[in-house]
Design a protein around this ligand. Structure first.
Ligand code: TAP
Length: 486
């Protein structure tokens, strides 16, 4: 299939105070398709002044928006969800071209899950209940939640559209205004969404400042007049966010990296398990914060598991993102691909073996882009670099284990704690292991489902806070207690 000719702007402006505006100094950055290197569009590079303007516009927007009833806010969220659903195919293709994700994933996962999040938080805000207590015969204590004000939100490139939805939906539901900075690598789907919802969202409630992390991002996180920071991205940048929040004495929620354990016991259903291995590490080219990248396999099934995993990986179609049968698309850019291949080289140097993959993909039209073969690395020890650091590619390392206690200890021997799974037919073991692993999310006999309504976030260095759940409304609001002497 030839590359679809979809309608994109040549240049995307900033979105401030309900209008698309040029960056004050006219600076732009180019956005390329990682599957063939073609220029897709330019995005504006927000300056310090632009970020200041966006924060001001957000405060102005907030002053009106905080007066809206929760019914009005729920209606806005539901309208955004409707617009996303109506434009699903277009948004999915923009995301696939800009990020390299296969169209079957963007159409079935990224875009519909985004609208699901807006609908979920529309429902959640309507279901919120306040509380009042009689302290004594004459005194009532009323507990109210009020919005925080203006939130600075910074999101990554691996799920550009979905991460925007994860951040915008609770903030808007709670009554806050936002200034959001998407990744400069993948800003197009969000800018396309802003074109579609410009007249649905009250002026100033959503402001988008595109541009690089080191400039636009840094200006935003250092801004003195924000009420909160919300960040998804690497643990490295997470430290900077926490620092900036501490300096300005504001709260920060952080969704960071991971090195999740995918644990397979001898008694698991092997067919299901091999699918779960692939789902855990190949989804989104492995560029998933909770990817099942450390694969622990019990000794009794180890040889058979590796043999079947190699068979499975050899059948995966790596190809152009816009083709319907592509299962693995392009990595997001050259530096990410080089990083992944660098880790594979390091694994070899550290004494591990490449059971399959380990190189750039070629064939199926992938020559011009950044494609990596699905890769399985065996003979890995838990203290090797490839078992400790986040690779963020379609690369799983396999580590054998003997006993339940051994695998729990190895799985927990990590600075991260974001996702993970256990595969077994023994329900007691499944629950024991799920409870013993130090992580924010454990799947049992499945992997990588991320529906709205299920709290998601990290233990340890994987973050602070939980997204996707109504508890996020607390993180986007503050408590007012009114005491009445009746
Ligand atoms: P980062 O390099 O941390 O970038 C994330 C965002 O921060 C981007 O918008 C980036 O902008 C911006 N940024 C970079 N430096 C900044 C600075 N000094 N000040 C302010 N903003 C700055 O992460 P990434 O490479 O995009 O994403 C991959 C990482 O995110 C992985 O570690 C992954 O595990 C993690 N992640 C976690 C989750 C959850 S839910 N825990 C979900 C997705 C991804 P530019 O891109 O324009 O430089």
């Amino acid at each position: 299939m030839s590359k679809p000719d979809i309608k994109l702007d040549k240049e995307y402006k900033l979105f401030i105070g309900g209008e698309f505006v040029e960056a004050e100094n006219g600076e732009t950055l180019a956005s390329y398709c990682p599957a063939d290197g073609e220029l897709l569009a330019h995005i504006a590079q927000a300056s310090q002044k632009d970020v200041d303007k966006a924060v001001e516009a957000a405060w102005e927007g907030f002053r009106e928006y905080k007066k809206t009833s929760r019914y009005e806010r729920a209606a806005i969220l539901n309208k955004i969800a409707d617009v996303i659903d109506e434009n699903r195919d277009h948004l999915a293709m923009v995301e696939s071209l800009d990020n390299g994700k296969p169209i079957r994933e963007t159409r079935a996962v990224d875009i519909p899950l985004a609208s699901e999040h807006f609908r979920y938080f529309a429902g959640a805000i309507l279901a919120e209940e306040g509380s009042a207590n009689a302290i004594d015969e004459n005194t009532l204590s009323i507990v109210l939640r009020e919005p925080l004000g203006v939130v600075g939100q910074i999101i990554p490139w691996n799920f550009p559209f979905l991460m925007a939805a994860w951040k915008l939906s609770p903030a808007l539901a709670a009554g806050d205004a936002v200034v959001m900075k998407p990744s400069s690598t993948t800003s197009l789907s969000l800018m396309e969404l802003m074109k579609l919802i410009k007249d649905i969202v009250p002026k100033g409630v959503i402001n988008i400042v595109t541009g690089s992390g080191s400039k636009s991002g840094q200006y935003l996180l250092d801004h003195k007049n924000l009420s909160k920071l919300a960040f998804t991205g690497s643990t490295e940048v997470g430290y900077k966010i926490a620092d900036a929040a501490a300096k300005n004495l504001i709260p920060a929620t952080l969704e960071l990296g991971g090195k999740s354990a995918n644990i397979f016991f001898d008694d698991c259903d092997l067919d299901l398990a091999i699918d779960g291995l692939a789902m855990g590490i190949l989804f989104n080219q492995g560029q998933v914060c909770c990817a099942g990248s450390r694969v622990f396999v019990q000794e009794g099934i180890y040889d058979e598991f590796v043999k079947r995993a190699v068979e499975k990986f050899s059948q995966i179609k790596v190809g152009l993102p816009w083709e319907e049968d592509t299962q693995i698309g392009a990595q997001v850019n050259r530096s990410q691909t080089e990083k992944v291949l660098g880790y594979i080289d390091l694994a070899k140097k550290e004494g591990a073996q490449i059971a399959i993959g380990g190189e750039k993909a070629c064939g199926n039209g992938t020559e011009k882009g950044y494609f990596t073969m699905p890769t399985l690395i065996t003979q890995v020890k838990n203290d090797m670099t490839v078992a400790r650091e986040e690779i963020f590619g379609p690369v799983a390392v396999v580590i054998p284990f003997k006993e339940e206690a051994d695998v729990v200890a190895m799985a927990n021997d990590s600075e991260y704690g974001l996702g993970g799974a256990v595969w077994t037919r023994n329900i007691n073991r499944a629950l024991r292991v799920a409870r013993a692993i130090e992580t924010g999310r454990m799947w049992v006999n499945t992997y990588n489902q991320l529906p709205a309504g299920a709290p998601f976030g990290g233990y340890k260095k994987s973050g602070i806070g939980r997204e996707n759940h109504k508890m996020m409304l607390d993180a986007y609001s503050q408590v007012k207690n009114i005491f009445i002497n009746t």
